[in-house]
Ligand binder design. Structure first.
Ligand code: PGA
Length: 245
């Protein structure tokens, strides 16, 4: 049985005041795993606010463990700050910073070496979907973004780029088809047993109003939530929907 995961990605939002939202989530223990990925500056304080009831992750890491990389943060540093997970290859990193799938795979490998669980993000553009190439492109992107020593401890998040922050979500049929295709590709690549254990999250405008419908889709093991993870009230509603799915 795969444990469900509600992961929040705060992106470049949040401040010390926002830690109260994490404390509020921590006060309502869930059956699902709950993870918040705040900006790196808030990780250590977020871990304290979470009091062990909510896991805290990061939004990116460097592929090297240390070195001359001004402004970057290494995976062991995130682990030392108390992070347990790190998002890698988010479409905003791929577009804002030109990250390639090979770089994402190297970051995921660095995360695993540091004891962090990578959440590897993949997703197609609107034009790729319109051209009927979404499954082919996303499957290839995922396989190219997996670290060489992949096993069942990593997490994959399918986030159609056109659904992120737009209020548009993929249809439940599209989500089901993509998750089935990704699970099949993982089975072929890592073997059925490992592929069956890997959690596949959906991301892209998951909100309190659509969470129940999305979590009912086969092969959806949770969500990566941006905007709606910023407040404990919205994210709490999404977590409750996941608990009931
Ligand atoms: P959104 O972001 O929920 O605000 O669409 C999701 C994400 O980018 O992870």
């Amino acid at each position: 049985m795969r444990r469900k995961l509600a992961a929040g990605n705060w992106k470049m939002n949040g401040s010390n005041a926002a830690l109260a939202e994490i404390a509020a989530l921590a006060a309502h223990p869930a059956q699902s795993e709950v993870l918040i990925c705040p900006p790196a500056t808030l990780i250590a304080a977020a871990v304290r606010a979470a009091s062990g009831a909510v896991m805290i992750g990061a939004q990116d890491c460097h592929a090297s463990a240390s070195g001359a990389h001004t402004g970057d943060i290494a995976a062991p540093m995130l682990a030392e700050a108390g992070a347990t997970h790190v998002i890698v290859g988010h479409s905003e990193r791929r577009s804002d910073h030109g990250e390639t799938s090979a770089q994402v795979a190297a970051k995921a490998a660095a995360a695993r070496t540091a004891g962090l669980t990578p959440i590897i993000c993949v997703g197609e553009t609107a034009a790729e979907r319109a051209a009927g190439r979404a499954e082919e492109i996303v499957t290839r992107q995922m396989l190219e973004s997996l670290p060489a020593d992949s096993d069942a401890t990593l997490i994959v998040a399918y986030e159609p780029i056109w659904a992120i922050g737009t209020g548009d979500t993929a249809t439940t049929d599209d989500i089901a088809m993509m998750h089935r295709a990704l699970r099949a590709a993982l089975s072929e690549h890592l073997g059925v047993e490992a592929a069956h254990k890997i959690r596949l999250l959906y991301g892209g405008s998951v909100k309190p109003g659509n969470a129940r419908e999305i979590f009912a889709v086969a092969d959806v093991d949770g969500a990566l939530v941006g905007g709606a993870s910023l407040t404990a009230s919205d994210f709490g509603t999404i977590i409750a929907a996941l608990d009931q799915a």
